[in-house]
Design a protein around this ligand. Structure first.
Ligand code: BGC
Length: 820
């Protein structure tokens, strides 16, 4: 029976092992390690990987005669290895055991979400009936982010003798986790050295090849009391063994019917980027030496997790609730309060694998709104990652002949564009031009995140300093790329790629990109409007500083205002067009393709392999126009369209939703999430189908093999936000909480705890069409809550139950909203 706080796998399935490793990753926002078995090493079903947030290295590879440079999130030395074999009295030592060995009889692994541990029980039995029961508990410490530990307990049954245990740190590591990247250079570590201290602590240090980051890992192995029968006090340590890239510690522990053997491995990990440490090696050796024993480490680790669970409480009954908890677990392991201290962005695939090389895309759009309502300091740290790269974004814009800031589609260490020039279609085996770097809409995502963070936290200081600088430079970029078209009497932004990456050029066109992507233009209009408004609201000294820093001419703002009202939004047959000319593209025979191929999520690859191109068709990889319904409430979106001179009524929006729903292949996990959100807001039953798909995307690996290479962090955080904001219609603006609940019948009862404008632990819950809000005791002013057009004032230390408005309220409608 699996509990609400557990994620378990019964039996050993080599084919599923890499997926399980990704989903059983343990991390703390500083580093993370895939949930590989400690007895295994890279190869076949196993890929133990350890990744440190923000640690990249770049190498040059030759692909099809071209030199390409790639920055990778580096797979670090492996601290996990711990293998064992039995040494029965009067017999030869048995083989080294692992789940792949034929002696395996039982295997169960469980992620304990509440405590943040991975627990495994493995039972082996040899031909002579000698059984060995192994229980292992591992943790990556959430309180002291440099520590990890592994407790392994052995019970012998039917024999007497000893267990030989070999623990290691393995520095002979490459980035080989993604088969598609096999042609690329992968050796990121160099300058290894290993050593042994007199007290038995062993260590390994090395550096990255190009980014020159130093790493040191130290390990201590001890026998200790554990659960079960009488534990063995001390085993026999043999001298540690070193090779240039590995270091080993060996122990021999007596076991018999009365005695269990327990081995604890404690590891400390430091980098040359850590502050106040002297040297990584000194810090690692001291860290492991002074670390408390396993029981104490486990207790402090659990306490740290309890604090996180409390701040981000989410209560949803049933299986959906269990999956959501798993999602929250992985979001917090990737982006924890420790992250706020680092210079890192949101890695699209977590710290869970090597897909997309650990790069940062626009996916923070799906993550920050969730985080800002629980861990605003983490959101701020993630925004700072962008701010530090604002000069690089300004240089990129300049090189492209534009003004302002052009943030890269893929970002890693120094903020340059990391999107590859070529990508491989595994179906055809062909390397093709990758034009996804034309997704300049990533800049609007940065601006949107800045704005929303400040709305949720009331961090005016940020908004008026770093926030304003980013917003203004992004607005400036849009203004510099908007050309006036007299025939349309509209501004146009040409040569871009929208969120739907399938359309990267017009069929047969010599140049890359499409024109007037509705999502790009509407979000650009939003940025320009916000930036203009913000500039005008800035206190005078701030405005002066900003003008000095950015070289902005206040006269530019008049043009911004004009562009924000007259950007072109194309339509065809009564629906918003994804881009200009979209309506003239061919219709795809979806039924025929589904019949022929079954899974057509990666329609782009299918068509290219057929010698065709998806650019010819009205077929999208993921939500594009509909993203507007995800970012903006109906009222806000209506206001934005009104500002652009259009009436976006319910009918047009519904027709637009229908149009794209029928023409999207959901080749990105973000797609089902956005569809669930948009459909729930227009009260459509299919919303639950998409929600289920978003919930199960990673746990059943819906995209066919991709989760093994890293979780989809945006979709995971997005599902949490789906409950928190999608179901409640929660908006944080004008100093109030605005709620417009639209719960699905399948999610009609839930509770979330949020932090709003400096006030923590505000509980919101929905049950039986009633809303509960509880505001904790504090010195904060009362919370203003707007529900169904009525404002309620909830004093600190009180709770209220409010009836949900019946029917469809006018504040849900498009076209009637406030000005965007
Ligand atoms: C999606 C992008 C996303 C990226 C990283 C791609 O498949 O199309 O929207 O940013 O994955 O998650």
């Amino acid at each position: 029976m699996t509990g609400a706080w557990e994620w378990s796998y019964e039996g050993y399935e080599p084919d599923e092992e890499r997926l399980r490793e990704a989903l059983c990753t343990l991390g703390n926002g500083y580093f993370a390690t895939r949930g590989a078995a400690s007895e295994t090493s890279t190869g076949g079903p196993h890929y133990p990987g350890t990744y440190m947030a923000g640690c990249y290295d770049r190498l040059i590879s030759t692909v099809q005669g071209r030199k390409v440079e790639n920055a990778d999130l580096v797979n670090l030395p492996n601290w996990l290895p711990l293998r064992y074999r039995i040494r029965p009295v009067g017999a030869d030592p048995g083989p080294w055991l692992s789940p792949d060995h034929e002696h395996l009889k039982e295997h169960r692994q469980t992620l304990d979400l509440r405590r943040g541990t991975l627990n495994r029980r493995t039972v082996y039995e040899d031909g002579a009936g000698r059984r060995l029961d192994v229980e292992q508990c591992s943790l990556v410490h959430m309180g002291t982010p440099h520590l990890a530990a592994l407790r392994t307990a052995f019970t012998a049954d039917g024999w007497t003798g000893s267990i030989e245990v070999e623990a290691a740190i393995d520095g002979d590591i490459r980035n080989t986790g993604v088969p598609r990247y096999r042609d690329l250079s992968n050796r990121h570590l160099t300058a290894w050295s290993t050593g042994t201290e007199q007290d038995g602590v062993v260590w390994l240090r090395c550096r990255t090849v190009e980014s020159d980051i130093g790493f040191a890992l130290a390990s201590r192995v001890a026998t200790s009391g554990g659960p079960g029968r009488s534990p063995e006090g001390s085993g026999r340590h043999s001298r540690p063994r070193q090779t240039p890239r590995q270091v080993f510690q060996t122990l021999v522990l007596p076991v018999d019917a009365e005695r269990d053997a327990v081995v604890d491995k404690t590891v400390a990990l430091y980098t040359s980027r850590d502050r106040a440490i002297g040297s990584p090696l000194r810090a690692a050796v001291a860290g492991v030496r002074t670390a408390p024993d396993f029981a104490e480490l486990l207790a402090s680790h659990c306490r740290a997790w309890a604090g996180l669970w409390d701040r981000a409480r989410i209560e949803v009954p049933g299986e959906a609730g269990r999956i959501l908890r798993l999602h929250l677990f992985h979001v917090l392991q990737t982006l924890s309060p420790h992250t706020a201290e680092l210079d890192v962005g949101v890695p699209a695939r977590g710290l869970h694998g090597e897909a997309y090389r650990g790069h940062v895309f626009w996916d923070e759009l799906f993550v920050l709104r969730f985080l800002s309502l629980h861990f605003p300091e983490v959101s701020r740290g993630l925004l700072d990652y962008r701010y530090r790269r604002l000069p690089a974004a300004c240089r990129a814009a300049q090189q492209a002949g534009r003004a302002g800031a052009m943030f890269p589609w893929q970002s890693a260490d120094d903020g340059r564009e990391e999107t590859q020039e070529l990508h491989l279609n595994p179906r055809s085996g062909r390397w093709l031009p990758d034009r996804s770097r034309l997704q300049h809409h990533v800049g609007s995502a940065v601006a949107y995140n800045v704005w929303q963070y400040c709305q949720a936290t009331a961090d005016t200081d940020y908004l008026h300093s770093k926030g304003a600088e980013m917003l203004l430079q992004i607005a400036r970029f849009w203004a510099s790329g908007a050309d006036w078209d007299a025939s349309l009497a509209r501004y146009r932004i040409r040569g871009v790629v929208g969120p739907d990456e399938y359309h990267d050029a017009y069929p047969g066109a010599g140049s890359a990109g499409i024109d007037d992507n509705a999502y790009t233009n509407v979000t650009a209009a939003w940025v320009l409007a916000r930036a203009t408004e913000l500039y005008r609201d800035l206190p005078e000294p701030r405005r002066r500083t900003l003008l000095e820093r950015s070289g902005l001419d206040p006269a530019e703002l008049e043009r911004w205002e004009d562009i924000s009202r007259r950007l072109y939004v194309p339509y065809h047959r009564g629906v918003i067009s994804q881009f200009a000319g979209y309506g003239e593209l061919d219709e795809l025979d979806w039924a025929a393709y589904r019949k022929r191929y079954g899974d057509i999520r990666r329609l782009d690859r299918i068509l290219e392999a057929e010698g065709d191109t998806v650019n010819r068709y009205q077929a999208s990889k993921q939500a594009d126009v509909l993203m507007l319904g995800y970012l903006f409430s109906p009222g806000e979106l209506g206001g934005l369209f009104q500002r652009l001179g259009h009436v976006l009524d319910d009918e047009t929006w519904r027709a637009t939703v229908d149009h794209y729903l029928a023409r999207t292949s959901h080749g990105s996990t973000l797609s089902s999430l956005v569809h669930a959100w948009v459909l729930a807001r227009v009260h459509r039953e299919e919303a639950w189908t998409y929600c289920e798909e978003a919930l199960t995307g990673d746990v059943v690996d819906i995209q066919g093999g991709t989760t093994a290479e890293g979780i989809h962090l945006g979709a995971m955080a997005g599902t949490l936000d789906f409950v928190q904001r999608g179901m409640t219609g929660l908006e944080t603006r004008d100093d109030a909480l605005w709620l417009s609940p639209a719960p699905l019948p399948q999610l009609s009862k839930f509770g979330v705890r949020i932090r709003f404008r400096g006030l923590g632990d505000v509980d919101l819950g929905i049950r039986a069409r009633r809303l509960r809000i509880a505001v904790p005791h504090s010195h904060h002013p009362a919370v203003r809550l707007v529900l169904g057009g009525h404002t309620h004032v909830i004093a600190p230390g009180t709770e209220r139950w409010l009836d949900l408005p019946t029917g469809r309220r006018s504040d849900r409608r498009h076209g009637k909203g406030r000005q965007g």
